[in-house]
Design a protein around this ligand. Structure first.
Ligand SMILES: Cc1cc2nc3c(=O)[nH]c(=O)nc-3n(C[C@H](O)[C@H](O)[C@H](O)COP(=O)(O)OP(=O)(O)OC[C@H]3O[C@@H](n4cnc5c(N)ncnc54)[C@H](O)[C@@H]3O)c2cc1C
Length: 442
């Protein structure tokens, strides 16, 4: 049995490795000259940076976390998360609701009072249940935290109105703060949110791509890079997969590429499915890496909700993740700008992007221009799934169709779900377990 895996990102490579461990023949078809997808890294002039934005290794899923840590064994740096929000010139502890004592007095009162008022109203059943993400934010955090941080930051990263976003995904991903934690944080007693991320791992050498390389190690000879899948046809029991020049024949075909790339490769796709695919919303990403002489603050990453500070929504400090991410007396900063495909940002030159990011970092007192010794820009067409209100209907139509023709969807942009690395590995593991179960039903 030969399995063709479309896409050589984390999901495709994990699937290939797991199938290979079972003794199956696999071939991974990857469009780019290098494999790894969003989890690639580059090294240049002594700086190592992740080209798909800042990546750290963490998970609540013990099995998956062990898998990832085993892959980078001997090449692992453990870090304590120290994350901040840049708010009115201050570094406020993250999550915002755990950092209220860092706020100016008036904002601290506004956030605490509105949180408690909303909490009481919810307990008494006086508030109707939320119908969209914006209403959920107000319902969960109150007007203060909503308007100071949650709404501006979310609208900046998603590039989408929060009242047009679905809320099906928030439970579990954005924890509801316990009321005593919010009160403690307002009066200055330290509290922690998002415990599962409090300590994270990162490869000492090679950036996040070294995780990918370790996963791919046993199957690198089965990865065909530069193979952009353009057509997928069924012939008898076989799949014929072509890039327009070469054709690969396989018994099974698993897609980990974005559905927006997959659907046009298929024959006789119903209009309903094509429309559902066209209606899905996603964001692209620009990453600007800046290397500086001197050190960066001892922060893991910093969220920037304020639109007046420019387009950057988050900056991270890769030289704090591993000392090998920057040469000797230098530090590194990775600025992320999400944007809509084809918009103004996608047309901006690298030089303009670097100039804008530099201006933002200077305003935030993170660097001075004369410290800059290195700059680089990377662009990712598919970065974030945006859960608009029609998302569940549209993805349901696509999944049903792909299941009906026998092309399973696994991974962040194939399932079209907000999956982190652990979610992708979990999906791959569950997919393989299901194959085994179908083969040997108990
Ligand atoms: C800014 C940012 C920060 C993140 N930070 C973290 C983090 O800290 N921790 C964490 O756990 N996760 C993080 N993630 C999520 C993580 O990057 C993803 O979960 C993971 O990389 C997705 O892997 P994938 O293989 O499903 O998709 P991808 O990485 O998108 O891989 C898909 C592959 O398919 C290829 N492809 C596309 N079209 C074709 C075609 N027609 N033919 C052949 N190949 C094709 C692409 O080139 C790509 O290599 C982050 C994501 C972003 C955007």
């Amino acid at each position: 049995m030969t399995t063709a895996i479309l896409g050589g990102g984390l999901t495709g490579l994990t699937l290939a490795r797991l199938l290979d461990e079972r003794g199956d023949d696999v071939v991974v078809l990857e469009a780019e000259p290098g494999y790894g997808g969003l989890c690639r890294s580059k090294s240049d002039k002594g700086f190592t940076f992740d080209t798909g934005g800042s990546h750290i290794i963490f998970s609540r899923d013990e099995e998956v976390l062990c898998f990832m840590r085993r892959m980078i064994e001997g090449n692992e740096q453990r870090n304590n998360r120290n994350t901040k929000i840049f708010y009115k010139g201050q570094h406020v502890k993250y999550p915002f609701e755990n950092g209220l004592s860092d706020l100016p007095f008036a904002d601290r009162f506004f956030c605490t009072y509105e949180f408690i008022k909303t909490h009481i109203a919810v307990e008494k059943g006086d508030l109707p249940p939320p119908r969209n993400f914006r209403e959920w934010i107000y319902y969960t955090f109150g007007k203060g935290i909503a308007e100071c941080y949650m709404v501006p930051y979310n609208e900046k990263i998603w590039k989408y109105p929060t009242d047009k976003m679905s809320l099906h995904w928030v439970d579990g991903r954005i924890p509801r703060p316990p009321v005593e934690d919010v009160i403690k944080s307002a009066v200055g007693i330290p509290t922690e949110g998002y415990i599962h991320q409090a300590v994270f791992s990162y490869p000492l050498h090679g950036g996040i791509e070294s995780l990918i390389r370790a996963i791919a190690a046993p199957i690198t000879d089965r990865i065909r890079t530069g193979f952009c899948v353009r057509s997928i046809r069924k012939s008898g029991d076989c799949w014929l997969i072509s890039d327009g020049t070469h054709t690969v024949t396989a018994d099974r075909c698993i897609a980990t590429i974005p559905v927006q790339h997959l659907i046009p490769c298929l024959k006789d796709v119903p209009l309903l499915v094509q429309h559902a695919c066209n209606a899905l919303v996603y964001n692209s990403l620009v990453c600007v890496t800046i290397g500086i002489s001197g050190h960066v603050p001892a922060i893991s990453w910093l969220y920037i909700p304020d639109l007046l500070l420019g387009r950057t929504n988050r900056v991270s400090f890769p030289s704090n993740y591993s000392p090998h991410n920057a040469p000797g007396a230098c530090g590194s900063i990775l600025a992320e700008i999400t944007h809509q495909p084809g918009d103004e940002v996608s047309r901006m030159s690298d030089a303009d992007l670097i100039a804008q990011v530099t201006a933002t970092l200077e305003t935030m007192d993170l660097i001075t221009k004369d410290q800059i010794v290195f700059t680089h820009v990377e662009r990712q067409p598919f970065a974030y799934v945006v859960y608009d209100l029609d998302y569940q209907k549209n993805i349901g139509i696509i999944q049903e169709f792909c299941t009906s023709i026998g092309v399973p969807l696994v991974g962040r942009f194939a399932q079209f779900e907000y999956l982190n690395m652990d979610g992708c590995i979990r999906s791959a593991m569950d997919f393989i377990a299901k194959i085994l179960e179908d083969k040997n039903p108990s």
